[in-house]
Design a protein around this ligand. Structure first.
Ligand SMILES: *Cc1c(COP(=O)(O)O)cnc(C)c1O
Length: 411
């Protein structure tokens, strides 16, 4: 049985102009991101939240259970690699270290195929591309998106191209190639890699899969918001800390909250949304503080948290709108605190964060000490990828097994 998709059309996120979803699109005719719209009234009458949530995970793995609220209409277009609901893990010792009494929950997205939440977005983008008969997809990437594109693209029998800044984590670059993707290291930042895709897409016959330049990656990412509400008994936390690069996940979750409220799945309460960036690349924070609608390009961007090293985001105004509407804020974290937070959570609670996830922990600490959230708040951090994909400090000591090894030496 194929559950129906209630997708009706796409809207320009800036002008509201309507676009037909029956063929493939990149940006709106006005040059802005497109957002998928659904017939939520019809869906309210016909779809039961709890029945959908209880679907068999073999037939509907992970986020595929929310099919009515996703754009893919036909089962044969679904490209799947064993998706799962990612766990919400309590980190009590870390919570007390940062001065929180309420639960500090980490949504560990590293458990998804290809080890990051980019799987959510690319599963949807590749499935929709398949439905449109697209054979070649290309994108600029800081690593995790390219890994997910190559994996889902391989699964769909497509050819994919990824263009990475040359200091992208090595594991990601190799992972892309191991999954059959063409991968290039480029001596520039992600938006400069994007310019290569733009310049060659006609000649190469590529579908441009850049963040928010096609409308369905965000539909995959929004499932983080649905899954979170489901896991919290159809409530939302007091605060969400999100590592913000292109912002797809933050915008997507905010969209999902609206859709779920209109469906009667949740109430009107919303979490404060905290857009977390690194001090070495904080265009959204700068624009937030200046009260601007758009964020100009950040020059000389640098941070070890590769996923949030995005100097210019096309959806900047959507990120800023959501953060402001939520009563949250945008926070820039000092680089040194990212690694400290990463090691603290691993040491204290046994949970290994990626640098981007660690940045959200460092930001939560700043928000608690700055009085931006209550001490008894229920807080969710997004750890968006597996920490295993990133370099780690070498803390091992060496032993010579041919000599005498004493208890003192291993203490
Ligand atoms: C891509 C990425 C981000 C940023 O996600 P956006 O939704 O594009 O802002 C954060 N962390 C990791 C690990 C990523 O791969």
């Amino acid at each position: 049985m194929t559950p129906p998709s209630f997708l009706t059309h796409l809207d320009c996120s800036k002008t509201g102009a309507r676009v037909d979803a029956g063929r493939a699109h990149n940006l709106s005719p006005e040059g802005w991101p497109l957002l998928a719209r659904y017939d939520l009234d019809a869906m309210t009458a016909r779809v039961d939240r709890d029945a959908v949530a209880a679907r068999d995970p073999v037939a509907f793995p992970g986020f595929w259970k929310w099919r009515e609220l996703l754009p893919v209409a036909r089962n044969e277009d679904v490209v799947s690699l064993g998706e799962v609901d990612t766990p919400l893990i309590e980190t009590p010792v870390t919570a007390s270290k940062i001065g929180l009494d309420g639960p500090l929950l980490v949504k560990d997205e590293g458990r998804l195929p290809t080890g990051s939440f980019k799987a959510r977005g690319l599963a949807l983008a590749v499935s929709m591309a398949k439905s449109y008969g697209i054979r070649r997809m290309a994108m600029p990437t800081n690593g995790n998106a390219g890994a997910a594109l190559s994996a889902y693209g391989a699964r769909a029998g497509m050819e994919t191209w990824s263009f990475c800044p040359d200091d992208t984590p090595e594991m990601n670059v190799r992972e892309i190639a191991a999954q059959g993707g063409h991968v290039f290291r480029v001596n520039g930042l992600i938006h400069q890699c994007g310019a290569i895709v733009g310049a060659l897409k006609e000649e190469m016959g590529w579908f441009d899969t850049s963040t928010l330049k096609e409308p369905y990656r965000i539909e995959g990412k929004k499932t983080m918001g649905i899954e979170l509400a489901f896991q919290l008994g159809w409530t939302l936390p007091d605060a969400i800390f999100y590592p913000t690069g292109g912002g797809t996940g933050l915008i997507g979750m905010w969209k999902a909250f609206d859709e779920m409220e209109r469906l009667g799945w949740i109430g009107s309460e919303r979490p404060k949304m905290f857009a977390v960036q690194a001090q070495g690349c904080a265009p959204i924070v700068k624009a937030f503080e200046a009260g601007e609608e758009h964020a100009p390009e950040w020059l000389d961007a640098s941070t070890a948290a590769a996923g949030i090293r995005v100097p210019k985001a096309i959806g900047d105004f959507l990120i800023l709108r959501a953060v402001r509407a939520s009563g949250g804020t945008a926070i820039a974290v000092p680089e040194a605190e990212i690694e400290q937070a990463r090691l603290m959570c691993g040491r204290e609670d046994g949970l290994h964060l990626c640098p981007e996830g660690a940045a959200t922990l460092a930001a939560a600490r700043m928000a608690v000490s700055g009085g931006l959230i209550e001490r008894d708040a229920r807080v969710v951090l997004f750890n968006c990828g597996s920490g295993l994909k990133y370099p780690l400090p070498d803390r091992a000591r060496t032993l010579d097994r041919t000599g005498t090894i004493t208890a003192q030496m291993v203490s």
